[in-house]
Design a protein around this ligand. Structure first.
Ligand code: GRG
Length: 307
């Protein structure tokens, strides 16, 4: 299904997403800067801050804040978790860029962490960010029932470990040079390597805000759809975008001879699949009315993004 005039996604056109994202990004940047001060030994803090504050769209923390607000919570309740999610996302990028994995020289338009600080420090900077993320949630979350904080920590551990990002990355690495894997395996890679953390962002914000089980079900399905759409678009951009647009090397999937959506389905069908998932994600939140406009507009942005 492609987007029609009746589409729920179309109804968000009146929403000023640019202003919303700009404002949210500004508060997230400030909170991230304050979350991690240089300590001892300074070289590891510099490497951690270099990547954490290197820009990026900050979609994951913004999603976490948005779902907390959607279910009646406040930005303050979710901000420590939002920062922690960006710490984890950043550490996954640092490790993904290492020579043993994707071997990239550029990320977010800057030299990758290992190019700037060396492989040893880059590995440790990733480890440091991962551990600090959990410490940060447990130490700084306020105004939330301890049981909800515990649920978020458990959810996040599940999303990041072998049941999530790590598992997805392992299967992704194994599929290099083997573009003939089937769509089921490709979906496993995408939903674990990319979708699991996005789902944790969406759901953890809602848990902190006091969501009902029904809310969590709807938001989890929304997150699954935007997570898969996100990675399909990533596959498309690897072929269609330039290094300047991406802030990292383009054409990496072809170079590594990887299976991707465009490779298995073709560009047109891949784009149609991303649109279909976006429409389903928006529809999932229809019962929230205008309160869900930000999340619906973000779903559209993911499908139409250029970087
Ligand atoms: C998490 C313990 C642990 C280890 C990491 C390396 C690894 C295991 C997993 C790889 C995960 C990975 C890099 C997935 C790709 C996700 C993706 C599409 C990232 C790009 O996200 P954007 O476009 O980037 O939101 P910005 O820079 O805007 O934040």
């Amino acid at each position: 299904m492609t987007m029609t005039d009746q589409s729920i996604c179309k109804q968000t056109l009146a929403f000023d997403l640019d202003s919303y994202l700009q404002a949210r990004k500004a508060i997230v940047e400030k909170a991230l800067d304050q979350s991690l001060r240089v300590g001892e030994p300074p070289q590891i803090y510099e490497a951690m801050r270099y990547s954490l504050l290197a820009g990026g769209k900050r979609l994951r923390p913004i999603l976490c804040l948005a779902t907390c607000e959607l279910v009646g919570g406040s930005i303050e309740m979710a901000m420590p978790t939002a920062c922690a999610l960006e710490m984890i996302h950043t550490m996954s990028l640092i490790h993904d860029d290492l020579p043993a994995m994707d071997n990239d020289d550029y990320r977010r338009g800057k030299l990758t962490n290992h190019k700037k600080f060396g492989e040893d420090i880059a590995i440790l900077a990733g480890d440091g960010l991962l551990a600090y993320a959990f410490e940060y949630i447990a130490t700084y979350t306020q105004g939330v029932e301890p049981a909800a904080v515990l649920k978020v920590v458990s959810k996040l551990g599940h999303a990041v470990g072998a049941t999530g990002l790590v598992g997805g990355q392992v299967v992704d690495l194994a599929s290099e040079g083997n573009p003939d894997i089937n769509l089921e395996t490709l979906n496993y890679i995408h939903t674990h390597k990319t979708g699991a953390l996005l789902e944790a962002c969406v759901v953890s914000g809602a848990i902190l805000g006091g969501a009902t089980e029904e809310d969590l079900g709807r938001l989890s399905r929304y997150a699954y759809d935007i997570g898969l759409a996100f990675q399909i678009v990533d596959d498309i951009l690897d072929i269609t975008a330039t290094q300047e647009e991406l802030g990292k090397t383009a054409g990496k999937d072809l170079e590594a001879d990887k299976a991707t959506y465009p490779r298995l389905l073709g560009l047109e069908a891949s784009k149609a699949k991303a649109d279909e998932l976006t429409e389903a994600a928006c529809a999932e939140l229809a019962s929230y009315g205008d309160s869900a406009m930000a999340l619906q507009a973000i779903a559209q942005l993911i499908a139409n993004r250029k970087n």
